[in-house]
Structures are given as C-alpha cells and as structure tokens.
Design a protein around this ligand. Structure first.
Ligand code: P71
Length: 462
C-alpha cells in the first residue's frame, strides 16, 4: 500500500521548552508498583515514563497562555482576569453568568447543593464519578438514561453519548417532573469511552425537558471535542466552525459545570456558568463559603487569564483535529492488531476492553486494574482503571456496583506527547497482550469510603 501524499494533520505547534523523561527497569517498576498497591494513582510521577493517567490538568500551555500568566491581577476582589474570563465565556459558551471554581468538582458541588433536594432523581447520560457523588451527597439519586449502545464496547454507533429519550420519559412518568430538578448531560461522555452526544439528540433532550419544566445542566469539560465529532459525523454541521457548534450546543442547556483542566488547555481551574438568575444568585452566595470570593473562586488571577486565553486556542480547527487525531492514531494501531478497545475511538482516550483483554479474570479480580498495573510493569506507561473499582458500591446495599464496562483508559494529554510516543504506547500494549495469559488478578486490601479508586490498595493473587 502506498502512503498518501499529504498527511491530514501534524502537531500544529513547535516545541519551545521540554521536560526530560526517565526510563526505568522492570525490576524497578516491580518494586514501585508493589509499593503503590498496584494502583496507578499511587505511583510517583517520577517513576512513570509516558503518563496517560489523565488528560485533566496535564496539557502543555502555549507561549500566549504563559505570557498571560505574567498579567495576573492578584487582587482579592474584582480581578481584571475575572472580567476577561467572563467575556471569553460569554463569547464561546454563551451563558449570561459566570462563577469561577477551583476545578470541575467545585462547580458540581455548588450545582448539586443549590439544585437538588433530598429524594430527587437526576437522570444523566452515564455517570461520572465526582458528578454522581456530589448528587448523592446532596440527597439525590442518579439514574442512567444513556442509550444501551453506550454500554456495548463493540457497538459502532457514532453518538454513543446520546440520551435514550424513552428512558427519560419513563423516569419522568414514574417519579414525576417535580422530583427531577435537571438532567445532567455530559459532552463527551467520559465513562462511555469519550463518546459524543449528537446535536439532534441534545435538541430533543431540551424539548422534552422544557415540556416538563426540567432544567438541562451540561458537563462541558470536553464539549469542544464533542463539537468536533458533531462537525465530522453529523452531516449538516460539516461546514460550521467548531466555535459556532459549541455555542449552539450550550444554547440547549441552562447551566454548565466546567472542569477547565480539559478543553481549556490549563493545569487548574473550573467554573459554573448559567442563564438562570436564581441559580446564579444562590451559587454566587455559596461559592464564598467553599471556594472563595465570586470573582476568583479558589483560583489565582493568573489561572483565570490562562483559561481565558486557552479558550481562543481550543476552538481552532487545526488544534482539535490534531488532538482527536492523535487519540485516533493510537486506537487505530491497536485495532489493526486485533486489540479489544472501545469503538468508535473516543475524543480524549483509548479505552482497552479489559474483560476481553484478560478473559480469564473474574470481575472481582479487577481486570481493568490488573491491566493498568501490567502495562506499567511492562513499559512504565501509566493508565487508569475505569471499571468495577471506579464504580464503587451501591449506597443502599453496600455491594460492589458491577458496571458492564471494565476498561483501562489510556488518556492522551493535550499537546504533550509526540507521534513517536504514541508508537511506543501501541507497541507496549501489544507486548502486554502477547503475555496476557500470564497475568494474574488482584485482591483489594484497602478500600476508602469515597471515590475508592483514588486510594485503594491491592495485592497480586498468585
Ligand atoms: C479525568 C478526570 C479527573 C478525574 C476525576 C475523577 C477521577 C479520576 C480522574 C474529571 C471530570 C470529568 C468530567 C466529564 C467532571 C470532572 C471533574 N475528569 N466531569 O477524566 O472528566 O472535574 O477533575 O476538574 O474536578 O481524568 P475536576
């Protein structure tokens, strides 16, 4: 086969500063993994070669963003950078009001406290760990209303993040609209594999919700990646700019929570934005209790400036094409070699289907956790479990939740690694696959009460 004459993308930047990487021996990694209780969250970053734990807060900022950091107005109240961020948010997301928070979960906390009453139900297109926990801590119960295809790693549905409108209607009929303060819509859906929701579906969600007086809250952490998928997969959007698609998406929602550590190309930050004056009023008051004054919300002025500037770069087509393209590159290499991954390949990560990768392991031997540990032992590459450990326990029965998806996530930071790194990643996964028969599972030896995946410890079964 001959190669095409033109690549469809290359990294749309050149490198000005570098951070040196360190390689280690297998023996070294065996000790490090044991000491970390076979939990990649507990590894020291210095012991990691290629870090694919997360794309959250791990982006490389541009010179334009770094220059903005020097313009931080570190006033306690009324920082210039807040007003810049507010105008950029209005320009790109289109909401009226802004409340900054230290990161996404700060916004989730405030939204949940202000909008949820004990006994409420919050439907959503699959759960996210921190989002659901805040809903539960506010006395609500999360209800999954994503389409069934989202739970099937091999379904090639182009919009696996879509809401199943029938499931949503059934819930409204069952519990009544009064008990549903809002529907929580993520774009893209992290736990489904970085899968997008279509504009058409989002519009229908909006129509159905409005009919019943239910609000729509968008998790906008990766909404730009979602906008890119809409552009390339939803026919009538192919000639539209990423910015205009993004703004249209937001127009079907009332409020958004934002972890700026993703799309916005910064290392820390978040916000809540809304058109709803009552929500704004209450959140602006509550933020001073938990985050900081409403013009900084736990952030330094310089952090808000980096976010404001990141917005100009996130919607650039060359940027987002290369960002999603890099994820697709790794995924396609693995698919070509017959490695079981979630398809279609998502926006921020390649998700290995650990149930299929390690078919000999029972779910309670933690296949996805095991696979993450094996990949680290093989190559020093760090991924993350997204399966039964992440799902936690049912608050009522105390049993493990048993999600259908048992995935190991290889998350690609934005603008950080090169194509050669991606080749190393694919080759390392192949090496683990070749030796998969030898992998034994894990036993949990320590389990924290909240978000157990962060700090749980394991031992190897022999
Ligand atoms: C990711 C993260 C960071 C993370 C969070 C929890 C467990 C492991 C890793 C964070 C998200 C997210 C979505 C869709 C809200 C948050 C919270 N993702 N919504 O994927 O993906 O934002 O981290 O800024 O508080 O590694 P926050």
């Amino acid at each position: 086969m001959s190669l095409p004459n033109h690549r469809s993308w290359a990294e749309p930047f050149k490198i000005k500063v570098v951070e040196l990487l360190k390689q280690t021996t297998r023996e070294y990694r065996e000790k490090a993994a044991r000491e970390a209780g076979y939990n990649t969250f507990l590894l020291k970053s210095k012991d990691v070669y290629i870090d694919l734990l997360t794309d959250s807060g791990t982006a490389a900022m541009s010179d334009y963003q770094w220059a903005g950091m020097m313009l931080g107005d570190e006033a306690y109240a009324g920082s210039e950078n807040f007003y810049h961020l507010e105008s950029q948010m209005r320009k790109y997301y289109g909401y009226k009001y802004l409340v900054p928070t230290h990161q996404g979960r700060g916004a989730e906390h405030l939204i949940s406290r202000v909008m949820i009453k004990p006994g409420d139900f919050i439907p959503g297109n699959m759960y996210f760990t921190t989002t659901r926990l805040h809903q539960e801590l506010a006395g609500g119960s999360f209800v999954d209303v994503i389409i069934d295809e989202a739970h099937e790693p091999e379904s090639t549905h182009p919009f696996k993040g879509n809401v199943d409108l029938q499931k949503l209607e059934d819930l409204i009929r069952e519990v009544g609209a009064m008990k549903i303060p809002y529907i929580s819509v993520a774009a893209t859906v992290n736990m489904a594999g970085g899968q997008p929701i279509s504009m058409e579906n989002l519009k229908q969600v909006r129509e159905l919700s409005s009919k019943h007086g239910i609000k729509v809250v968008l998790d906008a952490a990766r909404a730009v990646e979602n906008a890119y998928f809409i552009k390339v997969r939803e026919k009538c959007f192919q000639d539209r700019s990423i910015a205009s698609i993004l703004k249209e998406m937001c127009s079907y929602t009332d409020t958004c929570s934002m972890s700026a550590k993703k799309d916005l190309l910064v290392n820390i930050g978040g916000f809540l934005a809304t058109n709803d004056e009552d929500v704004f009023e209450e959140v602006r008051n509550l933020v001073v209790v938990y985050e900081g004054l409403h013009t900084y919300g736990g952030l330094a002025g310089r952090d808000m400036e980096a976010m404001a500037r990141g917005m100009d770069e996130m919607v650039d087509l060359d940027h987002i094409h290369a960002r999603v393209g890099q994820v697709e590159y790794v995924g396609s290499r693995l698919l070509n070699e017959g490695i079981p991954i979630v398809v279609p390949i998502g926006g921020h990560a390649v998700f290995l289907n650990a149930k299929k990768f390690l078919p000999n392991l029972k779910q309670l031997e933690f296949p996805a956790q095991t696979l993450a540990a094996e990949l680290y032992l093989e190559s020093g590459i760090r991924g993350m479990e997204r399966g039964i450990v992440s799902a936690g326990r049912d608050p009522e029965t105390g049993d493990h939740k048993r999600p259908k998806l048992e995935l190991t996530r290889l998350t690609i930071p934005r603008r950080v690694y090169t194509q050669a790194h991606m080749d190393v990643v694919a080759e390392s996964v192949l090496a683990v696959h070749e030796r998969r028969e030898k992998a034994s599972g894990l036993r949990m030896t320590y389990e924290p009460k909240y978000l157990r995946f962060f700090q749980a410890r394991f031992e190897k079964l022999t």
